[in-house]
Design a protein around this ligand. Structure first.
Ligand SMILES: [Zn+2]
Length: 362
């Protein structure tokens, strides 16, 4: 499984300046090469190399390895379309390979710049750090205009585990009141998260009112903190669910929500979800960790999961009394709506042929 990790760099102002200048020089060269490639119909990396390397090695301020990466970048981008001259933006990402990029002790990366190799500190969380040792191939130092921050994008190829034989399914419903509820009734409450959101919202309003330069900076910092908090919570929930499934020899089932947005029949709960919570991120963490730890992930049809009675099987709109409560009109079974959702999701997965086949062969 391939994952892209964005590592945040914290260069000094001098280092940032030289990074900008380096990217600019690379992209300027790429633009020249791109024009040359188009005019002379020289699109292959080796043909570009043969035609231009000697001249550039003497004339360009870039190192020879950097020039070689530029040939590759131009050739790659021409492969997709040879009918126009490709134009690279001033700070467009530049691929670095192992000869010009490496990790150094003390959480620093070393990369080639116009001022030679510089060592730039980076920051990374525990989860990111675990992925780093599976780094593969090239990395791209990039400047994010939106965040006004430097990053290196690394591709990590995380080894997957063969899913083990599972004896059951842990259904997971994503939330309205709670972020997630599983089919054993365990709840990942949304309350602390919602409180924190309200706190952030309040802070944001007050800072926006001020409108000073300093308050704008504080606002940006605040947004970053809120985002990191959400990522941290999602990592923890997904980790907990996957290790619980592993411990109980279960697969995990979640709803397939692709394409549900436009449907009139979309579950009401989907529209009432926890405000602004990134469920997509939670789903992607869950599927990634499932692959890493060899847990089967079943994505099931979401139809009727909120209105089916897990006790008697009655399907009725009226079973869902309100947003939070389920109460069966046939047998009277009453439970929190999230619990019922999770149990139904598990049931749908257990009844699918894929599950029984895995049971037989497993
Ligand atoms: Zn019932």
């Amino acid at each position: 499984m391939k994952l892209t990790v964005n590592l945040k760099l914290t260069p000094t102002p001098e280092q940032a300046k030289i990074l900008f200048e380096t990217l600019e020089a690379c992209n300027q060269l790429c633009n020249e090469l791109s024009r040359f490639a188009f005019e002379t119909k020289t699109f292959g990396q080796f043909d570009l190399h043969k035609a231009k390397y000697r001249i550039l090695r003497d004339a360009s301020p870039l190192s020879s390895q950097m020039i070689v990466r530029c040939f590759a970048k131009v050739s790659d981008s021409c492969r997709a379309d040879r009918t126009t001259v490709h134009v690279f933006r001033k700070w467009s990402a530049q691929p670095y390979d192992a000869r010009i990029f490496s990790f150094k002790e003390g959480d620093r990366v070393s990369l080639w710049t116009l001022a030679g190799r510089v060592r730039i500190p980076f920051v990374c969380g525990v989860h990111q750090r675990r992925y780093l040792r599976f780094r593969k191939g090239e990395v791209d130092p990039v400047y994010s205009k939106r965040n006004k921050k430097w990053f290196v994008n690394l591709v990590c190829d995380i080894p997957e585990q063969e899913p083990e034989f599972s004896v059951g399914i842990l259904g997971v419903d994503f939330g309205i009141v709670n972020i997630a509820t599983d089919s054993t009734g365990e709840v990942f409450s949304g309350t602390p998260v919602e409180n924190k959101r309200l706190w952030y919202q309040d802070r944001r309003k007050r800072l926006q009112k001020k409108g000073t330069k300093a308050s704008k900076r504080r606002l940006e910092k605040l947004a970053g903190r809120q985002h990191r908090f959400q990522t941290w919570v999602n990592h923890n929930i997904s980790k907990h669910l996957v290790s619980k499934a592993k411990r109980t020899q279960s697969g995990i089932a979640i709803e397939d929500l692709s394409g549900i947005r436009d449907e009139v029949t979309a579950r009401k709960s989907q529209r009432n979800r926890l405000h602004n919570w990134s469920f997509n991120q939670l789903r992607s963490f869950l599927s990634c960790k499932s692959l890493m730890y060899g847990v089967d992930l079943h994505v099931v049809d979401p139809r009727n999961t909120s209105r089916t009675c897990p006790e008697c099987g009655s399907v009725d709109k009226k079973n869902r009394k309100n947003r939070d409560t389920f109460s069966c009109v046939s047998c009277g079974y009453t439970a929190p709506a999230d619990d019922v959702g999770a149990r139904n999701i598990a049931k749908v997965a257990v009844n699918r042929p894929e599950f029984s086949t895995r049971q037989k062969t497993g």
